[in-house]
Design a protein around this ligand. Structure first.
Ligand code: GRG
Length: 295
């Protein structure tokens, strides 16, 4: 399979398995489950679970043995998008090409749908380690919880919200992005390496790669918020400027940000020198995709 086919193949597996995990029969809380399904099934690139599954494959393990973890990561990501779109946060009305969760289901249900997905992800991860109790599996889910929480994504989001409309230094901006966006992307790769029992050299190389692609992903996201096409992106552009967000183009300008993203991708690819060209082909293509993407 070529790069595009692999991306599509992984995406479909994850979507199918998430549908199963969300086939929950309830009597009274139908609206809650419907709103959780609405956002999960609205599409999305499924980048984080794809990174997770491809890292498992790179390390010669069977991705189907870890599919629940890939789905849990995507559920955490989807919860963060639902909450990020809320009126109290970015107040966005379009996501993944569809009206945002709170626009369709109301604010209270959207908050609960996000809470529900976050909790369900942890239920899934705990069920996984209960069945496959190894030290590395426990370490792995611990890394995900931390990356999604107050040592990662939630910390980045908190500082981002506090910084709106204020002038902040470059280090604070880097803190925001490496946590808000980078932490979960990095965890998707590192956790797969840990759960695959990779050696320390390979884990370190993948961690460096993940940090670089997380950074390049964010810079590209900032650029797309200025230059992107709303129909392709599936969300409104110009939201960073509207919310007076600290972005790479705001600090470095558009052209320098593009150059920065390109250099970051070169560094990402170089960090995979411990792997054979044949083994790392997907990750090299993915690094390029991160900055060339239109959505
Ligand atoms: C609410 C705790 C909490 C955190 C929110 C995810 C997030 C943190 C904020 C989203 C704001 C944003 C646009 C961040 C930039 C990078 C990013 C995470 C983009 C969305 O991820 P994609 O492009 O989305 O992977 P899809 O829809 O493809 O899954």
């Amino acid at each position: 399979m070529n790069f595009k086919e692999l991306m599509e193949f992984d995406k479909q597996i994850v979507e199918k398995y998430m549908d199963e995990l969300l086939s929950i029969n309830v009597i009274y809380e139908k609206k809650l489950i419907e709103s959780m399904k609405y956002s999960v099934q609205a599409g999305g690139k499924r980048l984080r679970p794809i990174l997770f599954l491809e890292t498992i494959k790179l390390l010669n393990k069977n991705p189907f043995d870890f599919i629940e973890i890939a789905c849990a990561i995507e559920m955490i990501h989807t919860y963060s998008l639902i909450h990020d779109d809320l009126p109290a946060m970015d107040n966005d009305s379009l996501r993944r090409g569809k009206p945002t969760n709170h626009v369709v289901f109301g604010e209270a249900t959207a908050i609960l749908a996000g809470d529900g997905l976050l909790n369900l992800a942890h239920e899934i991860m705990i069920a996984f380690v209960s069945k496959k109790l190894t030290k590395n599996n426990i370490n792995g889910i611990n890394i995900i919880s931390k990356a999604a929480g107050i040592y990662g994504m939630i910390a980045g989001q908190a500082v981002d919200i506090e910084s709106e409309g204020k002038s902040i230094d470059i280090d604070t901006m880097k803190f925001i992005h490496s946590n808000k966006t980078g932490a979960l992307i990095e965890a998707s790769i590192v956790v797969a390496a840990v759960m695959s029992d990779a050696d320390d050299t390979k884990i370190a190389a993948l961690k460096t790669y993940a940090k670089y692609i997380g950074l390049a992903f964010q810079i590209t996201d900032d650029i797309l918020d200025i230059e992107g096409n709303e129909a392709e992106l599936g969300k409104k552009i110009g939201s960073d400027e509207l919310n007076d967000k600290a972005t790479y183009p705001k600090y470095f300008g558009l052209e320098k940000s593009k150059e920065y993203a390109k250099n970051t991708i070169t560094n990402a690819i170089e960090s995979l020198n411990v792997f054979e060209p044949r083994e790392k082909a997907f990750f090299v293509d993915l690094a390029d995709y991160i900055i060339c993407r239109k959505k």
